[in-house]
Design a protein around this ligand. Structure first.
Ligand SMILES: Cc1cc2nc3c(=O)[nH]c(=O)nc-3n(C[C@H](O)[C@H](O)[C@H](O)COP(=O)(O)OP(=O)(O)OC[C@H]3O[C@@H](n4cnc5c(N)ncnc54)[C@H](O)[C@@H]3O)c2cc1C
Ligand code: SF4
Length: 324
């Protein structure tokens, strides 16, 4: 059963920020994650503040410099159906298509997708684990087959969003508003690793809100993709995922941005892969080297060693597909 809380729906961003500033309210985008967290007592609040009454947070529009602005409240379905996304930002289009189910894509927003809480079953259950302010991580010696192989430190979640690695690969930037300032946060710097703070998911403070996500104009020669492997074919979070944004000159990769999902507590930049493939023609030998580089430095837990081969295979298939 849902606990009691007030639900407010301001007309302006200023009012939203004032409410957040005052009383520890929680932001409600589409509510697909927030309401589940409140119902399951993952955290509590007295006030839920809806963003649905603020027109400037809606919509998707091209910008004058050839980029694209996604309003924080743009739904995942709007992104799937947007032609500019489909034609120019392939990784984002691929990622949006595989988020959850059609009903959740209709309701869930892009900012909510980036800020959603982890899916660790201990965290979502009745366990007072470290991320919830307790003493220990139950996953470390427990059921950890879905957990991270990189970046684990005190907490071993994987970041759950499919769109985050794709947006990071495209070099997207969040615009953030707070009580006295606005600032820009690249999606690749939005999430907080547990080594910095195991109880925060994003760098946003409690009174800040994402207003837009801005994609830069795609460079000429860009080819991009996202694919995830999951436990169930219907809908599920990524066991392993690869987002690629490669710029080609002829057959040569001249720059590469590569991010993994299902690998780490944040979208994980695969710098080793980027350096192996940049300046090459992506022949079979290079792809083999890149597959190895995908998992260099990985530290699997007791139950998730299978992710090593999964990531190597996925990277191989995605690089073969993108070279054409
Ligand atoms: C059954 C199920 C399956 C799912 N499968 C997938 C999946 O396969 N892949 C995937 O990526 N996701 C998946 N999700 C997550 C789902 O996509 C997200 O819940 C959804 O996109 C979140 O959007 P929302 O607007 O509903 O977020 P909300 O529930 O409204 O908010 C989520 C969090 O973000 C915060 N927030 C919302 N908007 C803002 C903002 N503008 N600025 C700052 N903070 C904000 C909220 O306070 C809250 O903490 C699944 C969810 C469910 C319930
Ligand atoms: S992995 Fe993180 S969220 Fe899960 S039990 Fe451990 S501390 Fe909690």
């Amino acid at each position: 059963m849902l606990p009691k809380f007030s639900h407010v729906r301001p007309d302006t961003l200023k009012e939203v920020i004032a409410i957040l500033d005052d009383n520890g309210a929680r932001i409600h985008g589409g509510g697909t994650d927030l309401i589940g967290c409140l119902r399951d007592r993952v955290f509590a609040t007295d006030t839920v503040v809806s963003l649905s009454g603020i027109p400037e947070l809606q919509g998707i529009a091209s910008s004058r410099d050839g980029g694209l602005r996604l309003g924080a409240m743009a739904t995942i379905t709007e992104i799937v159906e947007n032609n500019v996304v489909g034609n120019r930002y392939g990784a984002l289009a691929d990622a949006a298509r595989v988020v959850a189910s059609p009903q959740l894509r209709n309701q869930g927003t892009i900012a909510g997708n980036l800020c959603q809480k982890p899916r660790c079953w201990y965290y979502r259950g009745d366990f007072d684990c470290l991320r919830k302010g307790g003493e220990i991580c139950y996953a470390y010696e427990g059921e950890n087959q879905h957990h991270c192989i990189f970046g684990g430190d005190l907490c071993y979640i994987v970041h759950p969003s499919d769109t985050a690695p794709a947006l990071a690969a495209h070099g997207a930037v969040c615009r953030v508003s707070g009580p006295s300032t606005t600032r820009s946060v690249p999606v690749e710097n939005l999430h907080v690793p547990p080594s910095v703070d195991p109880q925060r998911e994003t760098v946003l403070s409690d009174d800040e809100i994402i207003t837009d996500i801005v994609l830069p104009a795609p460079p000429s020669g860009l080819r991009s993709s996202y694919r995830k492997v999951r436990d169930r074919a219907s809908w599920d979070f990524a066991l392993a995922g690869v987002a690629l944004a490669l710029v080609f000159e002829g057959e040569t990769v001249v720059s590469a941005r590569v991010f993994l999902s299902g690998a780490a507590p944040i979208p994980w930049r695969a710098k080793g892969v980027e350096s192996v493939i940049t300046g090459t023609k992506l022949n079979d030998a290079t792809i083999g080297e890149a597959a190895e580089a995908t998992v260099t430095g990985a530290e699997p837990l007791s139950e998730n060693g299978f992710k090593i081969e999964l990531f190597k295979g996925l990277m191989t298939e995605q690089l073969e597909a993108i070279r054409g």
